[in-house]
Every structure is written in structure tokens, then in C-alpha cells.
Design a protein around this ligand. Structure first.
Ligand code: CP
Ligand code: NVA
Length: 320
């Protein structure tokens, strides 16, 4: 594997949007992972005083609630020397009937990038279409690329690699499942998504993942039986059964997803030393039990911390 250094001309992401993670190539992902690793090692040295975003402003627009994404982006931008401009809640942007075009065309006169958490993927696509500055997806109904980048950092740190590992995701074929398929393909990891009928990941996400997997050899599978999916897995992942905006469906979903709960019995099917990941917030007693999320297998707090490191690396790749 080529060892890439800061300044090496391998950064095809400069000035581009990151809306799904499908913008990455396997080579770019390796570049990203190395950059995170270097940044973390340098954090306590003089090199951390470098401020690549000095004099630049980044809008962080959150139309859904957030703890991790909002705080980690705000701190990432600040540590890189930039100025985060927070627009939080429905009253802050895109909610007064002003067209997306007018909102974006005004915003980009002030800021150098837009980080956006919203509902429909078509909304962030429309923002990106009008924006001349890069747009980064901070979660939509369909994708959560910043989270999956942090997940790949976490797996790589704890397992020493990603290629050749077997991961299994349990529950809803939601924004995390869609993005994990692409992330697994990029990183050379196999991924089995175990979900009930009617809750499969998006066909378009699977298609992009399969396209990438042609060069990395990852295998992407849907498996209805959670015990078969967990058998021998190196990484076990789950997410909420009712995502933001689906709260009204919670009880019906809880009934349908109950067989996909990650509990000690399911973890016992996995490979020895298997990791447990969850993007958080977790609903303890629903998609995961206390005994799993509080076990030695669980790396959920490292995963949350890595949001900060991953987004620092992503911002420098997108913004230079
Ligand atoms: N995992 C994640 O995106 O958390 P927040 O919703 O708190 O940002
Ligand atoms: N699937 C969850 C992820 C939260 C970080 C949601 O969209 O609510």
C-alpha cells in the first residue's frame, strides 16, 4: 500500500460535495484513513497548531436534532482555525418559504462550505446543485456519510485493518445501512444487512456499493435470519429502529424489529473478539441491550470521538 503524506496529490475530493459517501473511491478512503491517523498522532505536537481553515467560515445547518454531529463539526472547524456558523432548528434556514436557490445563493456569499442535516436526500441535492461551495451531508433520511467514515476509522483502529473483515448490521435498512454498504465496499469489508422484509436498504445504495465492490472484492448480502448474519462476524452494528421523523411508527417498528435486537445471545454467534458499534443515540433495551453496549466488545464512545477526527480530515480534504 502506498503511504500517502499531507500534500501528496491524491485528493480528488477538493471542492467537491459529499452527499452519500459514494463520491469516495477505495484509494480516497485509504488516503482519508491515513490522514486521520496522522492527525491523531500529531495532535499533541506543534503540527497541530496548523490552521488550514483560517479565515474561512462553515455553515452548520441542523434541521433535525443532533448532539455528536453538531458538537464535533463545531469543534473540528474551530480546531482547524475556521469559524463555524450554526443555524439550528426549523426557524433558522429553509423554513420561511424562501426558495432553496435564494437561500443558498445568499449563504454562499458569507461561507466557504455548507454542512447540512436535513430530511429528504432531494433537499441536500438541491442545495448542492445551487451551491458553488462544497456541501457535506451531516445526515439525511437516506445517508450518513460522516458517521460511516468515523465507523471505518474505529474499526481500522481496533482491528488493525478493514479489508477482509466481516461485518453484520441488524435492524432497519435506513440511512446507516445504506451508507455502511458503500463504506464496507470502499474498505474491502464484507457486510451482511439483516433486516425484516420491507425494510431493505435502498437499491441505489446497494448498486453503488456493488459497483465499488468490483474493485475491492467486498461481498454485500441481505440476510433475514439474524443468527445466520451474526455467525462469525468480526463487527456487529445496529441503529435505532425508528429514525428521526419516524417517531410515530415506533411501536409498530419495535414489534417488527424485535428479532433483530443485538443481545448477548446474538453477540455469542459472532467471532471471538468481535466489536460492537452503534452510531448513537442508542435505545437501550430495544435495538441493543445494556449487557452488549456496556461490554468490552463495545467501542461506541471511541466511535463517537472519531466523529471529530474524521470530520477534521474530511474538511481538510474537501476544503484544502
Ligand atoms: N450519530 C449521530 O449522528 O449523532 P447525533 O444525531 O447526535 O448527531
Ligand atoms: N438512523 C438514525 C441515525 C441517528 C444518528 C436517524 O436517522 O435518526
Amino acid at each position: 500500500m502506498t503511504i500517502l503524506r499531507d500534500g501528496d496529490d491524491m485528493n480528488d475530493l477538493l471542492g467537491r460535495d459529499v452527499l452519500t459517501l459514494g463520491e469516495f473511491t477505495p484509494e480516497l478512503l485509504q488516503f482519508f484513513l491515513q490522514r486521520v491517523s496522522v492527525q491523531k498522532r500529531m495532535a499533541s505536537t506543534a503540527a497541530s497548531a496548523s490552521k488550514p481553515l483560517a479565515g474561512r467560515s462553515i455553515a452548520i445547518i441542523m434541521l433535525k436534532p443532533s448532539l455528536r454531529t453538531r458538537v464535533s463539526f463545531e469543534i473540528a472547524v474551530t480546531r482547524l482555525g475556521g469559524t463555524p456558523v450554526l443555524l439550528i432548528g426549523e426557524g433558522s434556514a429553509f423554513s420561511r418559504g424562501e426558495s432553496v436557490k435564494d437561500t443558498v445563493k445568499v449563504l454562499e456569499r458569507y461561507v466557504d462550505a455548507i454542512v447540512l442535516r436535513t430530511y429528504e436526500q432531494s433537499h441536500i441535492e438541491e442545495v448542492a446543485e445551487h451551491a458553488s461551495v462544497p456541501v457535506i451531508n451531516a445526515l439525511t433520511d437516506d445517508y450518513h456519510p460522516c458517521q460511516v467514515l468515523a465507523d471505518l476509522v474505529t474499526i481500522s483502529e481496533h482491528k488493525g485493518r478493514t479489508a477482509g473483515l466481516r461485518a453484520a448490521y441488524f435492524g432497519d435498512g435506513n440511512n446507516m445501512a445504506n451508507t455502511l454498504m458503500i463504506g464496507a465496499a470502499l474498505s474491502g469489508m464484507d457486510l451482511t444487512v439483516s433486516c425484516p422484509t420491507g425494510f431493505d436498504p435502498l437499491p441505489s445504495a446497494l448498486a453503488r456499493a456493488e459497483e465499488i465492490a468490483q474493485s475491492t472484492g467486498s461481498r454485500l448480502t441481505i440476510e433475514r435470519d439474524p443468527r445466520i448474519a451474526a455467525a462469525g462476524a468480526d463487527v456487529i452494528i445496529t441503529d435505532t429502529w425508528a429514525s428521526m421523523g419516524q417517531e410515530g411508527e415506533h411501536d409498530e417498528r419495535a414489534r417488527q424489529f424485535a428479532p433483530y435486537q443485538v443481545n448477548a445471545d446474538l453477540m455469542a454467534q459472532a467471532a471471538p473478539g468481535a466489536l460492537f458499534l452503534h452510531c448513537l443515540p442508542a435505545h437501550r433495551g430495544e435495538e441493543v441491550t445494556d449487557e452488549v453496549i456496556d461490554s468490552a466488545a463495545s467501542v461506541v464512545y471511541d466511535e463517537a470521538e472519531n466523529r471529530l477526527h474524521a470530520q477534521k480530515a474530511l474538511l481538510t480534504m474537501v476544503m484544502g
